[in-house]
Design a protein around this ligand. Structure first.
Ligand code: DI6
Ligand code: FE
Length: 430
């Protein structure tokens, strides 16, 4: 799956460079999942937070050593900053009790139908204050950040009333202020049916469309809109009602679909030019063709697959055949993926879904960006792109997928600024 060629940017004159990285190997990820886009013994220059020049050191143009800060990358590898394009990391409480129940034989659906699952997190999220939600979420987002994540998506969906959905999205905004990470917010009001709307799903969808979504849009709290289209979520008709409302508000859409059964949510989403369809273990070829035609990204969530002990593997071969871009994300959430490591997801995408390491790395860089509508600015080391990149203590890119448990991150740069430097005993520069 190649990347679409965007307009070719011109290199920036070296007089304007602020920082220059030398002695690095680049995995540019400009070639989609076809190759790492390797430049060995390379260099990369930054001007105004953007990539101003990159290439082989031997091709470096003349520059004024007195004007540019030059950094020796010591032969490390540079990749785009990692992108976690699907998380639900703002929530109250936790669901370790349900984990125990599932290990005793109860299924995720049974727990949800018995009043546990998402709605139990809703109760805890409604009673939590903004500060409590922030304090609980900070270590989660920090864990991702410390492993090289420079862009992250955070969904609402544990409020299920206007007040709490707004509260969650505001907390996501506060996290973006607390850390240098770029945060994209997604409104997921149609995540589950709140108890007060029991047996009245249509009425709840009315509330989502008439009140919640307009308020979220008015306050500019969301970059996209998502729906859980599933037997234990919302049906196709209800899903489409939310999509239509989102479209009228000019908000792009995403969908949780085909996670536990095949309702056709991905195909519907593709007909609305969705940015992504996520989970998709039960997706069929018709849905894949629709996604391919619409340029909708498939977001694979191996953490949820693993944690729910799912056995239905997403249709990877068909996604490849039809050239659908595949992104990988943590799905960090209290019920189906209490996991805060994109490195572990890289490993699981390879071991559980048999992605190649280059496909997996594309899934957390260029295709993670695509799933968020950021293909033109993030997820690649390319001229004019945001200077978001990670320097790794590895000897080849596949190592990022291969080992787990040792943090290989050396330095993280976001918008041209060094925000994390593990070379001095993990000292954080902010
Ligand atoms: N699918 C998921 O995996 C998460 N949401 C969804 O629609 C799980 C949310 C949860 O169990 O709390
Ligand atoms: Fe999810």
């Amino acid at each position: 799956m190649p990347m679409q060629k965007t307009s070719i940017q011109k290199p920036i004159n070296s007089d304007l460079w602020q920082t220059l990285w030398l002695n690095v190997n680049l995995a540019t990820m400009t070639d989609g999942a076809n190759s790492y886009g390797i430049i060995e013994q390379g260099a990369l220059a930054i001007a105004d937070g953007k990539i101003a020049w990159l290439g082989a050191e031997s091709d470096l143009p003349a520059y004024d050593i007195n004007k540019v800060t030059v950094i020796d990358g010591q032969g490390c590898w540079l990749t785009p900053g990692l992108i976690d394009c699907h998380t639900h990391l703002v929530y109250g409480g936790n669901r370790a009790n349900e984990f125990e129940l599932r290990l005793q034989g109860a299924s995720y659906q049974e727990i949800a139908q018995a009043g546990g699952g998402i709605v139990s997190t809703v109760a805890a999220t409604r009673t939590a204050t903004e500060k409590e939600l922030f304090d609980a979420a900070l270590p989660r987002i920090t864990a991702l950040f410390e492993q090289g994540v420079s862009t992250i998506e955070i969904k609402s969906g544990y409020g299920l009333n206007t007040e709490t959905e707004v509260k969650m999205l505001k907390v996501a905004g506060l996290l973006a202020q607390a850390l240098p990470v770029t945060v994209k917010r997604t409104f997921l009001g149609a995540h589950a049916l709140p108890v007060e709307y029991k047996d009245r799903a249509d009425d709840y969808i009315e509330l989502v469309c008439q009140q919640m979504l307009p308020e979220v849009a008015k306050q500019n709290l969301a970059d996209a809109v998502d729906v859980f289209c599933e037997g234990i979520g919302f049906n196709l008709q209800q899903t489409e009602q939310v999509f239509t409302t989102a479209k009228n508000l000019a908000l792009p859409i995403k969908v949780h679909a085909e996670q536990l059964s095949n309702l056709g949510g991905s195909e519907l989403a593709a007909s609305y030019q969705a940015l992504s369809a996520d989970h998709i273990e039960f997706l069929d070829e018709a849905g894949i063709k629709a996604m391919s035609a619409a340029g909708t990204t498939a977001v694979l969530l191996p953490g949820a697959f693993y944690f729910l002990r799912e056995t239905q593997v997403p249709p990877i071969a068909l996604l490849r055949k039809h050239g659908v871009a595949m992104a990988i994300a943590t799905d960090a959430n209290p019920g189906s993926s209490p996991i805060h490591s994109l490195q572990l997801m890289l490993n699981m995408a390879c071991t559980l879904f048999q992605l190649t390491p280059v496909e997996a790395l594309a899934g957390v860089t260029c295709f993670g960006a695509k799933a968020l509508g950021l293909s033109e600015t993030k997820g690649q080391l390319a001229l004019g792109y945001d200077a978001d990149f990670a320097l790794w203590n590895i000897s080849q890119p596949a190592e990022l997928c291969y080992q787990f448990g040792v943090n290989p991150l050396n330095t993280l740069i976001i918008n041209g600024v060094t925000v994390l430097n593990n070379t001095n005993s993990g000292e954080l520069i902010r």
